[in-house]
Design a protein around this ligand. Structure first.
Ligand SMILES: Cc1cc2nc3c(=O)[nH]c(=O)nc-3n(C[C@H](O)[C@H](O)[C@H](O)COP(=O)(O)OP(=O)(O)OC[C@H]3O[C@@H](n4cnc5c(N)ncnc54)[C@H](O)[C@@H]3O)c2cc1C
Length: 311
């Protein structure tokens, strides 16, 4: 079957790989490619954050965890590595539904919890170094015969192919007139210092993280909804540093080496469904908010199943 994937972020590239592996002919059309997509700015750790619907997202997340863990073990060039992290909470909550599906999950001892927090857990999760992972995904698609074309799509009905897979992220506001898709602005700081273990508070109101990559640590964060600003703001850097220092007092500000801003494609819930447009199947896969990497393989596999149902 001839499949056209629109969008070359992590969602589009993951779908392209799964469709090629299933034997389809695949072309990816996109106006921007790595390193100029939102996906390139992702911090990125596997963790379900700012995403819904909960039951489907948990399944997509678990499928993705398994694939990223496999890549960490078998494909070192992919830029995926397993790291330990601690999530801190300001109230006692039920542990997440996915706790039994991931490695080394345990509830923290009171002595391991910083001031201001009362509860938390430790976990092992894939850290995805996007500057390595995005080119790796593209070359995986190319090695399977995938083709790439740069073009801005104004009308999904005008795209060639038997099936179209729509992975345009924030672009769905225009392309699908979907005003539910909104930017959730994220600013990050790059630091040449390793915290050893990742420290997290991933509640939207207090979002704080340290994600240790092999070459540096990514500090965050912000999640400013409906904010389209792409400049790095000094006041956001101050806020991020203050929040991170509460979790990691040893942070050395003299080791800051840069920063970035990206607009997460947030939506009340991920839109993953098939639609008939002018007699042809279009499969939408966008609106992954702060978890597009975390959900990528699970969503790609569901997209591939929907394509298989149309053969
Ligand atoms: C600071 C920050 C930190 C983050 N950290 C994490 C993290 O730790 N873990 C995690 O899982 N996620 C994280 N995210 C979220 C993650 O980056 C997104 O959920 C994910 O990148 C969305 O991927 P996507 O492929 O759907 O969209 P995008 O990466 O935005 O890709 C969309 C693609 O569609 C193309 N496109 C759009 N409109 C059109 C059009 N009309 N015609 C042709 N092409 C079009 C674009 O050019 C682009 O190639 C973070 C995001 C930010 C900003």
């Amino acid at each position: 079957m001839r499949c056209t994937v629109v969008g070359a972020g992590v969602s589009g590239l993951s779908c392209a790989v799964r469709l090629l592996e299933a034997g389809h002919d695949v072309e990816v059309i996109s106006d921007r490619f790595s390193p100029d997509t939102v996906s390139d700015v992702a911090a990125a750790i596997w963790y379900p954050f700012l995403t819904a619907p909960a039951d489907r997202a948990d399944t997509w997340g678990i499928v993705t965890y398994a694939e990223l863990e496999r890549l960490a073990n078998e494909e070192p060039d992919s830029g995926v590595r397993m790291r330990d992290g601690r999530e801190y909470l300001r109230e006692v909550v039920a542990p997440p539904a996915w706790r039994d599906e991931i490695a080394a999950f345990s509830i923290l001892d009171q002595r391991e919890i910083p001031d201001g927090y009362v509860f938390g857990w430790q976990f092992r999760a894939p850290v995805i170094e996007m500057h390595l992972y995005m080119p790796w995904l593209r070359s995986r698609a190319e090695s399977l015969g995938g083709r790439f074309r740069q073009s801005f799509v104004e009308d999904l009905g005008g795209v060639p192919g038997d099936v179209v897979v729509n992975c345009v992220g924030l672009g769905a506001r225009e392309l699908c007139q979907d005003n539910e898709v909104k930017p959730a602005r994220g600013q990050v700081i790059f630091l040449d210092q390793d915290p050893g273990i990742g420290h997290f508070d991933q509640q939207p109101g207090t979002l704080t993280y340290t994600i240790p990559r092999s070459d540096m640590t990514v500090l965050g964060g912000t999640a400013q909804v409906d904010d389209w600003g792409m400049d790095i703001r000094p006041e956001d850097n101050d806020l991020i540093l203050e929040k991170v220092e509460a979790l990691w007092p040893d942070l050395d500000r003299s080791k800051i080496i840069g920063g970035a801003v990206g607009l997460r494609p947030s939506r009340s819930e991920v839109r993953l469904e098939a639609e008939d447009i002018d007699g042809r199947k279009v499969i939408h896969n966008y609106g992954h908010g702060g978890a597009g990497v975390t959900l990528s393989w699970g969503c790609a596999e569901e997209v591939a199943e929907l394509v298989a149902q149309s053969t």
